[in-house]
Ligand binder design. Structure first.
Ligand SMILES: NC(=O)c1ccc[n+]([C@@H]2O[C@H](COP(=O)([O-])OP(=O)(O)OC[C@H]3O[C@@H](n4cnc5c(N)ncnc54)[C@H](O)[C@@H]3O)[C@@H](O)[C@H]2O)c1
Length: 399
């Protein structure tokens, strides 16, 4: 039975990863380590932590003693490090916290894994490790910096390689806003304190691979969306504000381009990299799904309006009449400092080597995400109000 240490799994992607893994594998044990910052919500994984295949540990990835204790108690096979400060805007306000958590925390996780997995040294002095161990660092396309947006209006995306076409299987109207993409060989060129901290983390992971021959992988994924997304990020924030009839803040002119991936497709990729990824390699994860922020906002408005008209029972969730949901809610606000213009992942290596492809087309994924939000308003209210802290206390204070 494989034993996983998954950090940051009370957050958006980590929680979805744990749900995916528990539903896919019976014979698995997962230790979750999470500090429960504002972004971590135990309510998100309340069913999972009741599962006998899961142990939840409240703690900090920077805490050497706490992390070592986990390795001493469980014979961990795979570490998946999601834990991070993840919001670019917050990194602009408080960069130091990002460096501490994202860089020093990652180094602490690596060091504790190394200490636990080492069996000795080879003739050249490199450490040797127990079989079947791996450390996977969950990184982001933002470490590559920003691409140019070459077209105001998107042009048709053409994929020549037959093996790579699997990534867009079943989708039509493929489009791109530029001629260049991030590959695993694109030089790292971060621009925000967040992406700089994630780059620092990637570099220390690579250093442990080169210097200590640690068995590692790094995955660099594009923007995720889906259930349990904290409502400070674009898609869940826009959904929340629409339902409340509030203004929809859009940075600058809304022209920045992001590459969107349904969160479960990210979880699937991480599982594949853990099982089949070549040691020491970086894998890009993204689905050739570029869109401007303003088009995303309009699509969400259109989809919510359609759902409300087709299924009026959902209107009970609305705090304003459905007629008030329209493009007039969009309000352009001063641009984010150093706002990266375009991200676009080339996932060819991951598709060709591992056979990975995303299963959820964007229009389907966005509708699923909106419906999830409509049906889980209690979760949204809890995370937005901080009530999950109380939930945690009621669950764990006397245990
Ligand atoms: N959200 C995206 O679109 C996206 C895309 C690519 C990569 N990533 C990366 O994926 C990872 C997860 O992102 P997310 O959006 O789920 O983040 P999130 O902010 O929703 O969750 C982060 C989690 O980490 C926990 N955490 C924070 N500091 C911690 C610490 N010091 N010790 C232990 N736990 C701590 C939080 O409590 C929370 O549960 C991050 O590393 C992020 O850089 C995110």
């Amino acid at each position: 039975m494989k034993k996983y240490l998954v950090t940051g799994a009370a957050g958006f992607i980590g929680a979805n990863f744990v749900k995916y893994m528990l539903s896919k594998y019976d014979d698995i044990f997962i230790v979750i380590l999470d500090k429960l910052t504002y972004a971590g919500n135990l309510g998100t994984i309340k069913n999972e932590i009741e599962d006998k295949r899961v142990e939840f540990v409240l703690g900090d990835i920077c805490d050497k003693e706490a992390v070592s204790e986990i390795f001493a108690k469980y014979d961990i096979d795979y570490v998946v490090n999601f834990a991070a400060e993840s919001h670019v805007d917050r990194s602009i306000t408080n960069p130091q916290l990002f460096l501490e958590t994202n860089i020093l925390g990652t180094q602490n996780m690596l060091e504790c894994a190394k200490q636990s997995w080492m069996t000795g040294k080879d003739a050249s002095g490199y450490p040797t490790y127990k079989q079947g161990k791996k450390y996977l660092q969950v990184s982001t396309d933002e470490v590559y910096g920003s691409l140019t947006k070459d077209y105001e209006e998107p042009v048709e995306l053409e994929i020549a390689d037959e093996e790579v076409k699997v990534v867009v299987k079943g989708r039509d109207n493929l489009k791109t806003y530029g001629d260049s993409y991030f590959t695993e060989d694109t030089p790292l060129d971060p621009r925000s304190p967040y992406s700089a901290s994630k780059t620092g983390a990637d570099l220390i992971v690579r250093a442990y691979s080169e210097t200590y021959k640690m068995p590692i992988n790094i995955t660099r994924c594009s923007n995720n969306y889906g259930p349990y997304h904290f409502p400070e990020k674009l898609i869940p924030l826009i959904i929340k504000n629409i339902l409340e009839g509030k203004k929809l803040p859009v940075y600058g002119k809304g022209e920045n381009v992001r590459d969107w991936l349904y969160v479960e497709d990210h979880a699937k990729a991480i599982d594949m990299v853990l099982n089949k990824g070549r040691e020491g390699e970086v894998y890009n994860i993204g689905g050739f799904n570029e869109e401007t922020n303003i088009n995303i906002v309009k699509l969400i408005i259109d989809t919510i309006t359609r759902i409300m008209n087709e299924e009026p029972s959902y209107r009970s969730v609305l705090k304003v009449p459905v007629e008030m949901i329209n493009y007039d809610l969009i309000t352009y606000v001063g641009d984010r400092l150093g706002h990266d213009m375009r991200y676009a992942i080339d996932p060819s290596k991951t598709a060709k080597e591992l056979g990975w492809y995303p299963e959820t087309p964007f229009t389907e994924g966005i509708e699923k995400t909106i419906r999830w939000n409509l049906e889980n308003q209690q979760w949204v209210e809890e995370v937005a109000s901080g009530d999950y802290q109380k939930y945690y206390e009621s669950m764990y204070k006397n245990r």
